[in-house]
Structure formats: C-alpha cells, structure tokens
Design a protein around this ligand. Structure first.
Ligand SMILES: [Zn+2]
Ligand SMILES: [Zn+2]
Length: 367
C-alpha cells in the first residue's frame, strides 16, 4: 500500500513527508493504523546525527494505533484491537528473555537496533530503495507494520492522545524508579532532567511514596510541570548548583536515589555527587553516542554508591504497559498532562525543533 511517512534521508537534514510503499504484514506481524505518535529525544538524536543510523529510515518509536490486518500465525492480536507500540519486541526464547529480562533480548541487537523488522529486512520502500524501520516501529507514518510483540493491546476506551507516550517515555521513566531501582517508600530522590522521561520518574517516585522528590532542570516551565507530577521541591540548575541544593534538601546526606535522564558527563558527575552514602544513581539518558563520563573513585567506593544503567524501564513491557494504562484508568498515573502540544505529520520537523528547544514536555503527532 501507499501511505504518507516521514523519512530521514540524511542525518542532519529535515525529515521529508512523502508517499512510501508499505508491504503487507508477514508471518507474526501486524499492520497498524497509527493514531498518535510521541516525539522523543530518541527520534531527535538520530535525526540530528548524535547517534549513527543507516538511512533512509522512517523515525517514530512511541505511539498508539489500531490493528488493521494480521499476518499468518499472529495469536495475540486481532483486527480492531487498540495497541501501544513497544519498541523492544523481544523474542521470548534467548537467554535474557528466559531470564525475565526481555528488554535485553539478544534479537534486539541483531535486528531492532539496526532498524530492521525483528525477523529481519524491511517492509518499507521509496523510489525503489529499501527504507528502514526505526527500532522496528517507524510510526511517524500513517501505517506501520510491526512484529506481534511490538504491539500491546490496551482497553479501547482510553483515547489515543493519552496512550501516545506510554510506550516509551512513561515506560522508561516509571520503570526506572519501580523496576530498575526498586525505590522504597519514604526514600529521598532527585531527578535530573524533567523531559518526558524525567517527569515520569517524578510520578514513579510519587506512586512509590517517596518522602522527598527533588526535580532538577534548566527550564522553569518544565519544573512547574514537575510539581504537577508530584515533585516536592524544584531546583533550577541554570541558576543554582544542583548538588548543593540536593544536599541541602536532604540534611546534608545526599539523596537515596538520583535519576539522570540527561546522560551528559556533567549530569552524571552531579548525580554521583548528589547521592548519599549507600545511594544509587540510575542512568537512563543517552546523549551523544560517544559520550564518556567519569567517576571519582574514592567517594564511590568508600560510600558504597551504586551506578546502574536502565533501558526501557528495565521491566516486562508485555506486563508493564497494560499495568501503566490501568494505573491511568484508576486515576493514579498522569498521562494527559504530559502532552503539551499536538502536531500533524506534515509538521514533524516543527515538532522535533520544538523538542530540541526544550519548549514542551511532550509533543505528539496526531493522525
Ligand atoms: Zn523514546
Ligand atoms: Zn530474546
């Protein structure tokens, strides 16, 4: 079929919205009509050239839609199902999957992170050329063909604009708190960077029952949103030293957990310094591909600090995504408040630029 999609032909250049050919779903795959797609820093980084990527590629990895058609052998999806895209479609059979860590699935490295379909190859073509599917999703498009594991059914009564961010920002942020760090009630936590992921770390900390939730950002508007999500204190790090501020807000001890959703050498250093004795830094931010951060070894060892990486919420997307939607339905998870602006697919470059300039919590593309 022919459909409109946003193609990145060359890194550093704008995306081009044009007609693309999409092949029908093969065995184990489904055709999804995209209804809403979130615009994430993980779309911006490859578009700008911060991360290497083969082109041409259709970006977009966070969103929701309706199953239109299923390929042979698909068991978990039916046409008409409302779904959230899961950009870590795990094989279910490799060592990591069997060990209960599907976000570390070996197949992701072989195909998904190389922007192929999980089973290999691509279903997209333009001008006779193969076009890749960004992390096996490619939802900056009217339609997407994804693996069965890449589409998670959700209740049809929840609107698509609300569902748009669950499959990446919410999963990554809430999961970092609940799954990766297993933060205990009463903890004192700090969150550095209050974009889509950081705001969800804030609300994850609120759900868990943290006593003190210190939100840090250079953008005052984002800090204001962070208080809506449950931050008890905010620190504008463009004006105040965040390490000193976090120490002061924790009686000089430092935070029990510091979450770094930015991933720059400076924020990693700040996170380690702002963590108290026996505390944990959780790093989810991915800035440039070649970023290196350093650790002052003496306080790290003598104060038994821990530094852990967390990808995609370190959890089980097949369980966690429906659970997050259920939390929203129970009034315990904010989703609508995350979306500050809607765009059309034709405005995709504006949506990326708006994210780049830090003007929004989350922009979404609506179809
Ligand atoms: Zn993302
Ligand atoms: Zn696997």
């Amino acid at each position: 079929m022919q459909m409109q999609a946003a193609i990145l032909w060359r890194q550093g250049e704008p995306l081009v919205v044009e007609s693309v050919d999409l092949a029908p779903p093969q065995a184990g795959e489904a055709l999804v009509k995209v209804k809403a797609a979130g615009v994430c820093h993980s779309d911006l980084h490859p578009a700008r050239g911060d991360w290497p990527i083969e082109t041409p590629v259709v970006l977009g990895h966070e969103g929701a839609g309706v199953v239109e058609e299923i390929g042979p052998g698909v068991e978990r999806l039916r046409p008409g199902d409302h779904i959230i895209f899961c950009w870590a479609p795990a094989c279910g059979a490799c060592q990591s999957c069997v060990a209960g860590r599907p976000v570390l699935c070996d197949r992701l490295e072989r195909t998904t992170y190389r922007n192929r379909m999980p089973s290999g190859g691509t279903r997209l073509r333009s001008n006779g050329q193969e076009v890749y599917h960004f992390i096996s999703t490619a939802c900056f498009a009217e339609y997407a063909v994804v693996a069965e594991e890449g589409a998670i059914p959700v209740p049809p009564e929840v609107p698509f604009d609300v569902l748009a961010t669950v499959g990446c920002a919410v999963m990554t942020g809430v999961g970092a708190v609940i799954r990766a760090a297993r933060v205990e009630a009463g903890s004192r936590v700090a969150i550095i960077g209050c974009g889509g992921v950081g705001l969800n770390m804030v609300q994850g900390a609120a759900i868990v029952g943290c006593e003190r939730i210190i939100a840090v950002d250079v953008n005052a508007a984002k800090l204001e949103i962070a208080t809506i999500f449950g931050a008890t204190h905010t620190v504008d790090s463009s004006k105040t030293d965040p390490v000193a501020a976090i120490r002061e807000l924790t009686q000089g001890r430092g935070a029990d957990y510091v979450f770094d959703s930015v991933g720059l050498p400076t924020t990693v250093a700040q996170s380690l310094q702002a963590t108290g004795k026996g505390g944990t830094v959780v790093l989810t931010g991915l800035a440039r591909f070649d970023t290196l951060a350093s650790i002052p070894t003496f306080p790290f060892v003598m104060q038994e600090k821990r530094l852990i990486g967390s990808v995609y919420g370190s959890g089980q997307p097949q369980i966690d995504i429906p659970r997050l939607v259920a939390l929203y339905q129970a009034g315990k998870l904010k989703l609508r408040e995350l979306v500050s602006r809607g765009f059309s697919l034709a405005e995709v470059n504006t949506a990326l630029a708006t994210l780049e300039h830090g003007e929004v919590a989350r922009g979404i593309i609506l179809f």
